[in-house]
Design a protein. Structure first.
Lengths: 61, 137
């Protein structure tokens, strides 16, 4: 099996995308709500990713 | 109507157990069995992709071991997460996947991907159970 070398951002992006898909599918009762929840979850992941990333960058000095 | 089902009416184990078992063995399989094809395929693709990415990042599979409480919790919890992936976990173990735990961000991400794939499949199994019991569409 080939080896995959991803950066922190790529791995976190892929993780967010796949988890958002599953959370969207299993959480709500109709397709519209599922899509909205999946997108909402993904946006939350991205906000946390960039927010915490910048916090660590600024906190590190 | 006398045959109409109510919320409190118990649903036979023969209705939900096969879907739950298939949902564990094949991610999304329970949904497919219950004719939720679109959602089943999405779950199959997402969970399998996550597991395969974990393997390609050379993540570590947990084994149930440990002496102190924290190590036991981490190893048993991780192992349960791995086992929840069903056939993906069984196949990789049967085919000899045994990546040692080494330092490195990519390996660490891989380990998390492997466990998360199992935990996402657990969520899918709960969804299958709810559908089979008639609590969800």
């Amino acid at each position: 099996m080939p080896k995959m070398n991803l950066s922190h951002f790529e791995a976190a992006f892929l993780f967010s995308l796949l988890v958002s898909i599953v959370l969207g599918v299993v959480t709500k009762n109709n397709d519209r709500d599922r899509l909205h929840y999946g997108v909402y979850t993904f946006v939350c992941f991205m906000v946390a990713l960039f927010g915490i990333g910048w916090l660590m960058y600024l906190g590190h000095g | 109507m006398a045959t109409e089902k109510t919320d409190k009416e118990p649903v036979s184990i023969r209705v939900w157990a096969p879907a739950l078992a298939l949902g564990w063995l094949v991610p999304g399989g329970g949904h497919l069995l219950l004719r939720r094809t679109g959602r089943g395929v999405l779950l199959l693709v997402a969970i399998t992709t996550m597991f395969l990415c974990g393997l390609m990042m050379r993540g570590t599979m947990f084994t149930p071991q440990g002496e102190d409480l924290l190590t036991v919790l981490i190893n048993w919890g991780g192992w349960v997460g791995n086992v929840c992936s069903g056939i993906l976990y069984l196949m990789s173990v049967w085919l000899g996947y045994a990546q040692p735990d080494v330092a490195g961000a990519v390996h660490d991400y891989g380990t998390k991907f492997l466990v998360t794939a199992g935990l996402l499949n657990l969520l899918a199994m709960v969804d299958v159970f709810e559908i089979a019991r008639g609590r969800k569409s």
